[in-house]
Write a protein that binds this ligand. Sequence first.
Ligand code: NAD
Length: 460
Amino acid sequence: MEHLKNYINGELVEPISRRYLDNYEPATGRVYSYVPDSDERDVEFAVSAAEKAFPAWSVTPAQERARFLLHIADLITQNLDFLAHAESIDSGKPLSLAKSMDIPRAASNFSFFASAILHFASEAHTMEDTVLNYTLRKPIGIAGCISPWNLPLYLFTWKIAPALAAGNCVIGKPSEITPMTAYLFSKLCQEADLPAGVLSIVHGVGSKAGAAISRHPKIGAISFTGGTKTGSEIARVAAPLFKKLSLELGGKNPVLIFADCDYSTMLETTVRSAFTNQGQICLCGSRVFIQRSLYEKFKADFVARAKKLNVGDPLLEGVDQGALISQAHKAKILSYIELAKQEGGRILCGGGEVKLSGRCQDGSFIAPTVIEGPSYDCRTNQEEIFGPVVTIMPFDTEEEVLQYANSTPYGLASILWTGDLTRAHRVANQLQSGIVWVNCWMVRDLRTPFGGMKQSGIGR
Ligand code: NAD
């Protein structure tokens, strides 16, 4: 079985401790490779490599940095099938999704920031005939980029690419649960001849490798995506060191459906926004509020569509729902389904495990689950479940649905369905949410600011 390696100072190296962690394939429940269990010594090695690389990289002309980034983007695209296959095995997501979403987006993260840096302009302010003030933007130095398991290469590159484009050196730590594509990506960086030390990738658990990055005094910025609790711990450690912090955290996103919407587009998209990647996308809509006059029709159609989703081996064609990331995560989701019942929810479909046979008999699978009616302020509707579990509930007035939608501590994204343009603007303006999608989902020009309000994040 393969032992993955850290990528430090341009080389693939073993962790200094020579210790490794098991890496599981979620669909089979079996260990299929080993991940470096890095500690502060590996982070120190990466920091010293970055310190050496920074003086040259930070003054490398933007055009040349852009060329490196474009080369990496091309290599990702050329290896799309291979990377998608690796990501499906590593994360349990359907291969089709890794091919159509994760890997193409990882490539476009690099190509987007490669061109953005060439078009970058800084501000100047003139004071009539006296002085001209201008702003110089400088790279910070070394940025630490820590990412989660749900969109492994997509989110890892979303952090790394802009930091490199701006002339920073980067120390990245992918999730220990899904390290494979970051490891393969480090080989692509070698192939692209990225100068040694400009990017290092240190694998390992959050409490060791991740914490060593957050507290390292020479790492001036932390870009973190993950759970709100972890974000709070990173802020606690990094804030007294005055690090620049970007925290992209959890969500509990509402879907607001008004009766005047385009019904078929809404229905098709609401199924996707609920269950894509088994509901394990921070932007999934997990609380669906439907105007009362449409409620019964929506309920029947939505449940029928959820029941039709094909749960199976993520590597097979035609599979809509793959495996959950781990047995522990499956147990957490099942416990929330039990909680929903205690809180007065009625299971309309799903509600339990799916047992597959053959290769996937020990994998973690849950049927897409729709729950009617626990109240908007109960734990089921307030806490992030992060799985294929959606609650539905009717509403009567705009005021009422805004109260439901805004009631959680989170404020990442909202999805609004209406044919009334005036209402769309009025309601969107009152949603406490970093993004409001109107009559669509997961469509975003990368120039648009991204990030949540409240406990969903800070620091853009
Ligand atoms: P997590 O917080 O457990 O882990 C995320 C990363 O942080 C991992 O690499 C982990 O090793 C590391 N980490 C853990 N403890 C650390 C510490 N003390 N110091 C430094 N690093 C540490 O999150 P997860 O379970 O991997 O991901 C799921 C969560 O991510 C969900 O809450 C989801 O909503 C959120 N998420 C948010 C966004 C967004 O854009 N807002 C996107 C995707 C996922």
